[in-house]
Design a protein around this ligand. Structure first.
Ligand code: CU
Length: 130
């Protein structure tokens, strides 16, 4: 096999690996174990604080009362974003949230909301708004 032929094979492999949607139930989301709306617990909450720490949202899944306000605080030394991914709430999205900064959003419609950080591929969170 020539070098040019090898390069062609490698290129084809890269295309397959980069195909969108593989292993994901919603475009743009990584497959994070435990995500997908099955692990919500407890009563719905109306005032929720979520830390962004160690490149994770915590808590990652929260049940919200309708009208709940969520405040995210970045406790890492790098920037994060909060970007909605399933279009329930018109794609709410934060600007880059720097270390020590916060972002706030109020959820007025019932439904399930998944969001992520656009900077870190496996950084995801989820709400069920009741
Ligand atoms: Cu991030």
């Amino acid at each position: 096999m020539t070098a040019a032929r090898l390069a062609g094979v490698a290129g084809a492999l890269a295309l397959v690996l980069a195909a969108p949607g593989c292993g994901s139930d919603e475009e743009g989301f990584a497959s994070v174990p435990g995500m997908g709306g099955k692990e919500f617990e407890g009563a719905p909450r109306s005032d929720v604080r979520i830390d962004m720490k160690d490149i994770r949202f915590g808590p990652r899944q929260v049940k919200l009362a309708r009208g709940a306000t969520v405040t995210w605080t970045n406790r890492d030394q790098v920037a994060h974003t909060v970007t909605e991914g399933n279009r329930v709430y018109n794609d709410f999205t934060s600007p880059d949230i720097g270390p020590g900064q916060t972002f706030r959003h109020t959820f007025r419609e019932p439904g399930e909301v998944r969001y992520r950080c656009t900077i870190h591929a496996n950084m995801e969170g989820e709400f069920r708004v009741e």
